[in-house]
Design a protein around this ligand. Structure first.
Ligand code: HEM
Length: 443
């Protein structure tokens, strides 16, 4: 990860170190560090971009007395986990001034594997999709400042926001994800929610979502949006209401209809949202917690059956909310709803794009261009439209580009001579061979 951490003693010269080695830091280690008497300054790649994978793990400390820390894998790992996470709990005693930073690519990948395992045992795909959507869906494109603009910033982890009526039941999603968050503290909550949602769609048989990561977390509950930014299921004029809410997020009619297709997964429970039956023949045996009313028969399978079922409205056991029904009533929505009912491929394509766009709403990315953890379309250099809803820091300034060029050239690279990734390894091998030859022929 492209961060340089500057550690400086705060009021005491002694750095309170966690207890002696084990393979990875324990929660108590983390707590010790969180309350530690250090102030850490994290210079993200936005201000200090990395140039090669070898430089990613390089940390510099402002005091030479801390240099030794780097040599301890355990300690440096501890710092990596903590500083990269952005999940920094500034101590109530005022210790630590830490700016938020984003996620670690390797930890993102590992967290994704753990989410897949969780899905296999808990069948919580729908809940995780709803979690991602509700964190992102508070975005207001008319507010420029982050995090006031809302969106995918992890603010939904705070009780104040979880208690919004629209979020009823989502505390269960957080409980399911918390062990993964604890294991991978180098993944921000904002990323974890979106990673979980996209993985759930994909694992349920849905399309591959062209995701990027690196979302910065809000740091305190005061940064949560006010209640009422998410849509109601039964407003007086559903089409107007959907447009009002989704246009505010910068989404259009096509995206409203495609994203409504998220209801191909899951159930509604009267004890949570007030909508749906307590149970139906499709939900009474689970999987997962039994009960609720689903929109589709196979409510853990991501396909286009939501559109087919809403259109037919034939099965009393399947749910149709007023905001679902309207996608076949409003003339503009209907064009897309009809298309998706006929053509699953078209639905998957539009859904994947809309989901990725939704997942980026309001997010502040660090690095600004985001982190791609697999070969998704955006990883192949395709220009991703949703970038304009991100941090607004997409382009590096000219002076920053010059600095990068200078650093690159200083370590042997040039525009016409790309730096070999095994540059340092080659030097080490050359020295080793020389040493061997010297010892052979020297005797
Ligand atoms: C169009 C406006 C929307 C409205 C009015 C709406 C409303 C609702 C309601 C009332 C529930 C039931 C919650 C409960 O009782 O547990 C629900 C569940 C759900 N929603 Fe939406 N939703 C909307 C859009 C979306 C979008 C855009 C997505 C994702 C792309 C989505 C994904 C889900 C999922 C997956 C569930 C099932 C959760 C579970 O089974 O635990 N919804 N929604």
């Amino acid at each position: 990860m492209p961060y340089r951490v500057l550690l400086t003693p705060h009021s005491s010269p002694s750095l309170p170190l966690p207890p002696p080695p084990s393979s990875s830091p324990s929660p108590s280690d983390m707590a010790a560090f969180r309350g530690g008497v250090v102030s850490a300054r994290v210079l993200s790649s936005a201000t200090r971009p990395s140039l090669s994978s070898s430089s990613r793990s390089s940390f510099s400390f402002s005091s030479s007395s801390f240099q030794c820390l780097r040599s301890s894998p355990r300690i440096s790992n501890l710092f990596l986990n903590q500083q990269r996470a952005g999940e920094v709990r500034v101590s109530s005693r005022g210790y630590g001034t830490i700016s938020a930073s984003a996620s670690d690519p390797d930890q993102l990948k590992n967290a994704r594997e753990d989410i897949k395992e969780l899905l296999k045992t808990k069948f919580c795909h729908p809940l995780l999709v709803r979690l991602g959507w509700h964190d992102a869906g508070t975005y207001n494109k008319n507010i420029e400042e982050w995090p006031q603009r809302g969106g995918a910033n992890g603010s939904l982890r705070f009780e104040v926001e979880l208690k919004h009526a629209a979020n009823a039941g989502l505390e269960n999603a957080l409980k399911l994800l918390q062990p993964i968050k604890d294991k991978y503290s180098g993944v921000t909550y904002a990323d974890l929610f979106q990673l979980a949602s996209a993985t759930a769609v994909e694992e349920a048989g849905g399309p591959k979502i062209p995701m990027k990561y690196g979302r910065v977390d809000t740091t305190n509950p005061n940064q949560s949006p006010e209640e009422g930014r998410l849509p109601d299921a039964g407003p007086p004029s559903p089409a107007d209401h959907l447009r009002q809410v989704f246009y505010r997020m910068g989404l259009n009619d096509k995206e409203i209809v495609a994203l409504s297709g998220g209801h191909t997964l899951g159930r509604s429970r009267p004890d949570r949202s007030g909508w749906g039956k307590p149970e139906t023949k499709y939900t009474k045996n689970g999987p997962g917690a039994p009960g609720g009313q689903s929109w589709t028969v196979q409510w853990l399978k991501f396909d286009n059956s939501y559109f087919k079922d809403i259109k037919e409205k034939k099965d009393e056991d399947l749910l149709v909310l007023p905001t679902d029904a309207v996608i076949f009533e409003d003339p503009s929505f209907k064009v897309y709803a009809e298309k998706y009912a006929e053509d699953q491929e078209a639905f998957f394509k539009d859904y994947a794009e809309a989901h990725a766009k939704l997942s980026n709403l309001g997010a502040k990315f660090d690095p600004p261009e985001g982190i791609v953890i697999d070969g998704s379309p955006s990883a192949q250099g395709e220009k991703f439209e949703a970038a304009k809803y991100s941090s607004g820091k997409r382009e590096l300034s000219e002076s920053m580009k010059q600095k990068i060029r200078a650093e690159y050239q200083a370590i042997g690279g040039s525009p016409d001579k790309p730096l070999q990734s095994n540059y340092f390894l080659n030097i080490i091998i050359a020295i080793a061979v020389l040493a061997l030859l010297t010892s052979l022929f020297g005797n």
